[in-house]
Write a protein that binds this ligand. Structure first.
Ligand code: IDP
Ligand code: MG
Length: 139
């Protein structure tokens, strides 16, 4: 059975551009409940750990530098079928290929600076949530 939680980050490009409010509104209108949320900044080391799965990819250094370049909004979102439904809501990694109306189509600048993160499995949603939040910060 599909889980009911996913993990997201509003990435530094979208925070800098002033899109926090519009992105959260779109997330809420799509039926997700905010179960945890904070404005924070990843150190290069923490960003490297978070994206360790992409260590061998050519864009890894660029990704780590970007994700630690400014504040992010980290959040846990709750809804039936959360992981899959949220991936649909954000659209393809490359915003030029994302469905019109998706968060990345509306707010992302490029394949690297693509406005939001969304977990790709229930297992990773759990790992990523506990990476960012203590039990006392989840509601
Ligand atoms: P996803 O975020 O849609 O799951 P992944 O393939 O898991 O995409 O890549 C993680 C993140 O790495 C992307 O969201 C994006 O910020 C960055 N990234 C992916 N592909 C590229 C690329 O070709 N150039 C630069 N950055 C990339
Ligand atoms: Mg991914």
């Amino acid at each position: 059975m599909a889980g009911n939680k996913t993990f997201t980050m509003i990435k530094p490009d979208a925070v800098k551009a002033g899109h926090i409010g519009n992105i959260l509104q779109q997330i809420n209108l799509a039926g997700f409940r905010i179960a945890a949320m904070k404005l924070t900044q990843l150190s290069p080391q923490k960003a490297g750990e978070f994206y360790a799965i992409h260590r061998e990819r050519p864009f890894y250094q660029e990704l780590v530098a970007f994700m630690s370049s400014g504040p992010i909004v980290a959040a846990i979102l709750e809804k039936d079928n959360a992981v899959e439904d949220f991936r649909k809501l954000i659209g393809a990694t490359d915003p030029s290929k994302a469905e019109p109306g998706t968060i990345r189509a509306r707010f992302a600048k490029s394949v690297g600076e693509n406005a939001v993160h969304g977990s790709d499995s229930d297992e990773n949603a759990h790992v990523e949530s506990t990476f960012h939040f203590a039990a006392t910060e989840m509601f």
